[in-house]
Design a protein around this ligand. Sequence first.
Ligand code: GDG
Length: 501
Amino acid sequence: MTKSTDPLIVIASNRGPFSFEKTGKGEFDVKRGAGGLVTALSALAERHEVLWVASTMTKDDRKWVKHHEGQVQNVEGINLKLVDPDPDAYEGYYNVIANPLLWFIQHQLWDIPRKPSITEETWKSWEEGYKPVNQIFAKAIAEAVEGSDRPVIVMPQDYHLYMAPHYLRQELGEQVQIQPFIHIPWPGPDAWRILPTQIRIPLLSSLLESDRVGFQTKKDAFNFVQTCRFYLEGAHSHGRRDAIEYQGRDVAARDFPISIDVNRVQTMVAEHETQLEKNQLMNIVGDRSLILRVDRVEPSKNNLRGFEAYRTLLENHPEHRGKVQFLALLVPSRMKVGAYSDHLAEVMAEAGMINATYSNSFWEPVRIVLGDNYRRALAAMQIYDILLVNPIADGMNLVAKEGVLVNQQDGVLILSEFAGAFYELGENALTVSPFDVYGLSEMMHKALTMSGTERQRRAEKLRKTVMAADVREWFYAQVDEALHALNSQDKKSSTPSTPSA
Ligand code: GDG
């Protein structure tokens, strides 16, 4: 039975853990969603009572909300509440502010002389899209937790919900702990100059209405402190790298490196369906060495330079021609954002050019497989010789962690120094600058010619590192920190104050 001292954890994220498909009158099929965040948070309901608040994504999600009259429902053990913002507001929030603007700022993807332009549409989408949708989330959370006699910890996830702390304080005051987690990199102050002051200041000061803010790495946390100090008048860090004081609140900036659900991944790879996927892939690869990449179609993942480096490898080291297979499993995402659909076209063209240059009747150097198939991705990770993870910037990169866990070939991880995973896995990976195409091609050569003993030594260490830090630790560490703060507050308020002399 739940004790009233047990906390209620509220996760708020743009995308929820499930999507719904209407199959009949009042009947819905449940599908577990895609993406890193869902993978990571799906284990969280094991220890604490959790309420997950997310937005509808599809028409059938909306029907599901309507059918349940907007009330919390228990779905596969998780209490779920979906908010259903107005489609125009959602469009501005998601397709104008969150994905093209904030994601691009935080991954520093600009072509600065040309882009971005902060247009009337941007301003309007901030006022009429991003802010109202964040407010809807806060109201839905307030409605669900109001009157609870238990400690409430609200954890807004990622760059979609930077204004949520502000609206949550408006709704619930100091009754709740607010602890956002930011999955993507937080760059230093310079990157944020792109936002107009009227957007930048509310965004940063909203985050500082939290009790603490979680990041993937110490570097992100430090950059956040620096950004707030630089732009917010009256913000002080007093020489600390992991906390900032602003308007009477001391806000911690902490690193909680995310990981994967080790058991779930291991179980999935052992399943028959995954073995079937693996067999199919092995038919494509044959006895060649496999260079694998698995990403969303996403400019920050740096597919193009990956292919350029492969081309350089084939050019400079002809001995590998015909003996190596590059397989890219790409999941289309955000195709409504022009930069993404253009990017996919460029990636396909680059791969096509390599094939046009080097293929023969027996060998096609690059295979691109587009589509959403997580099982196939895991199957491919079992059989790579090289896993290429070369993002320009990446909060963590779960593919790197899954790959080293399930791989059966003592495969080599080639890892960008700008992926959050670098801090945990870099020592036993071959690390590269994502911009250095020649350096990457030489790393591919080094990996292809590495001795079996060396491969095994590195692979074992990488696997151990991932197994030692499951996603549950990531989640519990955040909750424990919030609980610790709550307990110290309780102690303070129950200690009788010393009468003044
Ligand atoms: C964001 C941050 C951070 C692969 N193919 C399919 C599929 N996958 C899985 C992967 C992995 C997940 O999706 C992708 O996670 P990543 O971490 O690699 O990348 P993002 O989506 O950009 O995630 C990132 C993460 O949040 C968590 O904090 O690590 O830095 O950018 O698990 O194996 N999933 C589905 N279909 C596929 O075909 N459904």
